[in-house]
Design a protein around this ligand. Structure first.
Ligand code: ADP
Ligand code: ADP
Ligand code: ZN
Length: 217
C-alpha cells in the first residue's frame, strides 16, 4: 500500500505517520526528517537545503525527488510506504507518478488532513521531539506519560526544530497554500483524494485515517 499524508505544517502528519508505522507496519518516509538528518550530517544535500529550511521555504524539487527516488529502492519499502511531507509541489507529484509507473506501482490514497491556520501555529510552537528516537510530542496536547521521559524509548533528551518559530510559520503556511494546495485538485482528478478532519483529538484523527486505510485493503 502506498499512501501520501498531505496537509499544512503542523497538521499532524508526522504524529499520524508514527502511529500508522507501528500499527500497520507501513514505513514512514518523511522528507523533512531526511533533510534534517542531512543538515546535521553536513552532507552536500544538507548544505544546499539548510538556508531554505531555516527560512521556511521549500527546498528544490530536484533535491527531494532524488532523495525519495533513492529511498523507495530500499528493501523496507517493498511492501509499501507512507509519504509524509512529499510531494509538496506539482512537479514532485508528477515525478512520484513517474517513479511509481516505472515500478508498476500505484498510489492507493492521498489523505488530506484539514486543519485551520490558527490551530497550526499553536501546534508548531508547542512541538518537540525525543532526541533519541524522534517520537513527537506537544507542550499542551501530547505530553509524555512521565514528565521529561520519552514514552517510546525512555530518553530524557528532547529537542525543538529551529524552524518552529513564529517568523517562519507564516512563510511555511504561505508555501503550503501557494505550492502544495494545487495538489488537491490534481489528486481529486486521479480519484485518490480522501479528506479527514484534522481539528479533532489525535486519537479521533487516527480513527478516520484507519477507516480510509482499511477501505483500501
Ligand atoms: P506535521 O508533521 O504535519 O508538521 P506533527 O505531527 O509534527 O505535524 O504535529 C504538530 C504538533 O501538533 C505536534 O507537537 C503534535 O504533538 C501536535 N498534534 C498533532 N496532531 C494533533 C491533534 N490532532 N490535536 C492536537 N495536537 C496535535
Ligand atoms: P512541516 O510538516 O512542519 O512543514 P517538514 O518536516 O515536513 O515540516 O519539513 C520541514 C522543511 O523541510 C520544509 O519547510 C521545507 O523547507 C523542507 N521540506 C520537507 N519536505 C519537502 C518537500 N517535499 N519539498 C520541498 N521542501 C521540503
Ligand atoms: Zn524516545
Amino acid at each position: 500500500m502506498i499512501v501520501v499524508l498531505l496537509g499544512p505544517p503542523g497538521a499532524g502528519k508526522g504524529t499520524q505517520a508514527q502511529k500508522i508505522e507501528k500499527t500497520q507496519g507501513l514505513v514512514q518516509l518523511s522528507t523533512g526528517d531526511m533533510l534534517r538528518a542531512a543538515v546535521t550530517e553536513g552532507s552536500k544535500v544538507g548544505k544546499k537545503a539548510k538556508d531554505f529550511m531555516e527560512a521556511g521555504k521549500l527546498v528544490t524539487d530536484e533535491i527531494v525527488v532524488k532523495i525519495i527516488e533513492n529511498r523507495i529502492q530500499k528493501v523496507d519499502c517493498k511492501n509499501g510506504f507512507l509519504l509524509d511531507g512529499f510531494p509538496r509541489t506539482l512537479t514532485q507529484a508528477k515525478a512520484l507518478d513517474n517513479m511509481l509507473n516505472q515500478k508498476s506501482l500505484k498510489l492507493n490514497a492521498v489523505v488530506e488532513m484539514q486543519v485551520d491556520d490558527e490551530a497550526l501555529v499553536d501546534r508548531i510552537i508547542g512541538r518537540y521531539t525525543c532526541t533519541a528516537c524522534n517520537q513527537g510530542y506537544h507542550g499542551e496536547n501530547l505530553k509524555p506519560k512521565v514528565d521529561g521521559v520519552c514514552d517510546n524509548c525512555g530518553s530524557t533528551n528532547f529537542k525543538r526544530r529551529v524552524d518552529d518559530n513564529r517568523e517562519t510559520v507564516s512563510s511555511r503556511l504561505e508555501a503550503y497554500h501557494s505550492q502544495t494546495a494545487p495538489l488537491l485538485p490534481y489528486y481529486k482528478e486521479q480519484g485518490v483524494l480522501r479528506v479527514v478532519n484534522g481539528m479533532v483529538d489525535i486519537g479521533d484523527v487516527s480513527v478516520q485515517i484507519n477507516d480510509v486505510l482499511s477501505s483500501l485493503n
